[in-house]
Design a protein around this ligand. Sequence first.
Ligand code: ZN
Ligand code: ZN
Length: 288
Amino acid sequence: MSRTEAPPLPEPLRVPVADSHTHLDMQDGTVEEGLARAAAVNVTTVIQVGCDVKGSRWAAETAAAHASVYAAVALHPNEAPRIVHGDPDNWSRQGAREGGGTAALHEALAEIDALAALDHVRGVGETGLDYFRTGPEGMAAQEESFRAHIEIAKRHGKALVIHDREAHADVLRILADAGAPERTVFHCYSGDADMARICADAGYFMSFAGNMTFKNAQPLRDALAVAPAELVLVETDAPFLTPAPYRGRPNAPYLIPVTLRAMAAVRGVDEDTLASAIADNTARAFDY
Ligand SMILES: [Zn+2]
Ligand SMILES: [Zn+2]
């Protein structure tokens, strides 16, 4: 068995759940194949997340074409500085490569705004702050973009999907300052138990990814243990963050049961109880 081979299908869940955050456009195989494999293990809904204008358009089109897919649209926190500065060293997925100043950022945000109005687009994100990939020179663009996404989410009544990498305090501060939308999701939740209590008080959803299974992730498991049952979601963030024991191999929505079972063990509840709660929570968060 090769390190890069796709992991086998896990035992199906008995209660259908959603993958609250995935990137089908970065995974092997067709969308139909990916959705069929997920459905085979009772992962019956996926939120497809766009990271730039092109990816957000694709997410919206894919959601329009598939009843089991909803879209979230945004400029990723690492994308906003790239649009403003045209920095070729900055983390890139696809999309605009030319530096265009703040005018280009505003143009891209207007496209996201238009997509956010569509019915099958249920989230605005992933947006937020990423201090791991983006240096100090990109922070102003990141914050401007983050605040614009908060405003778009509120105006359209969509969930805000937060990407927070090594920026917990500033993300929480800006959310409180701008006024968080009614439904706010911390995707790939990466805070500790103290931050989970802050999120719980604010009513923010916490979406856990495969990294909660990693050996060094005890703070994440401690956070999961204290998060209120009604605010917990599960996601793959596939193709990234494949859960143990498949770490390093390609991730996809059909691996949700692996993470969900690890989460149930951490919370000391049975799999069906957690799956039911997560199914309800995801539907509430993304209003479907
Ligand atoms: Zn992210
Ligand atoms: Zn993502």
